[in-house]
Write a protein that binds this ligand. Structure first.
Ligand code: ZN
Length: 148
């Protein structure tokens, strides 16, 4: 399990210990719930979207370090972004955590801290849970998202 320690880099640990935007969002006009039964991670993502821009977003939930840090980093990265930018980042993020090569993704900024999960296929679901839940929130999907 020593390799797993490398996964918990400083950025991930910091966002796990002190998650950003971790609360119910007053004035949210979209939200969705997500669940990763493999690990037990649960997340609710709240969005306030105005004129195609994510004006504000937040999350609540309980889960492992990876799922919590990923949700926290995601909320930081997406505030003020247009829906088109969010879709692009979702694709880039998903590619980063599932790619077999370790190509750099400078456009992802701090989200690159999660690149190490590609070595741990079971952890990819922890890292992408918040993103899939965000997607569901944008589509006003009433059914909770599950990674299984
Ligand atoms: Zn997890």
């Amino acid at each position: 399990m020593s390799d797993l320690r490398e996964l918990y880099q400083e950025v991930i640990f910091d966002h796990y210990k002190t998650p950003r935007n971790c609360h119910v969002l007053a004035g949210a006009n979209h939200h969705a719930e997500g669940f990763n039964p493999l690990c037990g991670d649960q997340v609710t993502v709240y969005l306030k979207v105005e004129h195609g821009v994510i004006e504000d977003l937040s999350f609540e939930g309980s889960g492992c370090a990876i799922s919590t840090a990923s949700a926290s980093l995601m909320t930081e990265a997406l505030k003020g972004r247009t829906i088109a930018e969010v879709e692009q980042l979702f694709d880039d993020f998903h590619r980063m955590v599932t790619a077999s090569d370790a190509a750099p993704h400078p456009q992802l900024g701090k989200l690159e801290a999660l690149a190490g999960v590609r070595e741990f296929p079971a952890r990819v679901k922890c890292a992408t849970l918040a993103w899939h839940t965000l997607h569901a929130a944008l589509k006003d999907q009433a059914k909770p998202v599950t990674t299984e």
